[in-house]
Design a protein around this ligand. Structure first.
Ligand code: C5P
Length: 220
């Protein structure tokens, strides 16, 4: 039978990635970070000196996109061909280029197919899939569907605590402009029908995990 799917969407800085990974660990599930694939394709575009605003050029990269991701929550890695890009895909350059790559319809179609096939083939009883359009497009049939939100202020504060190489103001501006660009492509700010919102604004990490696990238990 197919693995149980826990779909988690939300904006940058909502704590989505760390919370999703922790939940996968607790449930004994696999973990799939879909943003990593968009980031890896943006990394490839930069590596090939491809202009990310040229949809055709970005689409052409898909045929050489030899992508792999670790779905064990304790052994996370991302590779493109022979290159380990686990850290490189978090660079400010990749973050600045990724929205342009993610808006190309051919890219979204190809990566959505890829996510579905990875999620169906994990070697665990379930998989936590995290991104922007998981509850709506990638896995609308998921057993558990959650929108993880937090106030803009809380999200900015969390992200700037993580990124110490740039000023809080720079981090906030970049986050805001990425959210704005991404919102034009997918709606990850409001919950679709049947999706449960977990607002982490006033919750710490552990409380957020508990709130998500509670939702899981009401559904399963
Ligand atoms: O989650 P993360 O911030 O790493 O995602 C990086 C980018 O990938 C987002 O800013 C968005 O452009 C794109 N993305 C997407 N759909 C997803 C996940 C990420 O468009 N399901």
């Amino acid at each position: 039978s197919l693995p149980t799917v826990v779909a988690i969407d939300g904006p940058a800085g909502s704590g989505k990635s760390s919370v999703s990974r922790a939940i996968a660990r607790r449930l004994g599930f696999a973990y799939l970070d879909t943003g990593a694939a968009y980031r890896a394709l943006a990394w490839l575009a930069l590596d090939r000196h491809t202009d990310s605003s040229q949809a055709d050029a970005v689409t052409a990269l898909l045929k050489d996109f030899d992508y792999a991701i670790g779905t064990d929550p304790d052994e996370y890695f991302v590779t493109v061909g022979q290159t380990d890009v686990t850290d490189a895909i978090r660079s400010p350059e990749v973050s600045a280029a990724v929205s342009a790559v993610a808006r190309v319809p051919e890219v979204r179609r190809a990566l959505t197919d890829l996510f579905r096939s990875i999620a169906e083939n994990v070697d665990r009883p379930g998989v936590v899939v995290e991104g922007r359009d998981i509850t709506t497009i990638v896995a609308p049939e998921a057993e558990v569907r959650i929108l993880l939100t937090a106030s803009e202020e809380a999200r900015m504060a969390r992200r700037s605590a993580e990124i110490t190489t740039q000023s809080a103001q720079t981090v906030a501006e970049q986050l805001r402009s990425r959210d704005r660009a991404d919102s034009q492509v997918v709606d990850f700010m409001s919950a679709a029908d049947g999706v449960i919102t977990v607002d982490s604004t006033h919750l710490d990490f552990e409380q957020t995990i508990e709130a998500v696990i509670d939702v899981y238990h009401t559904r399963m």
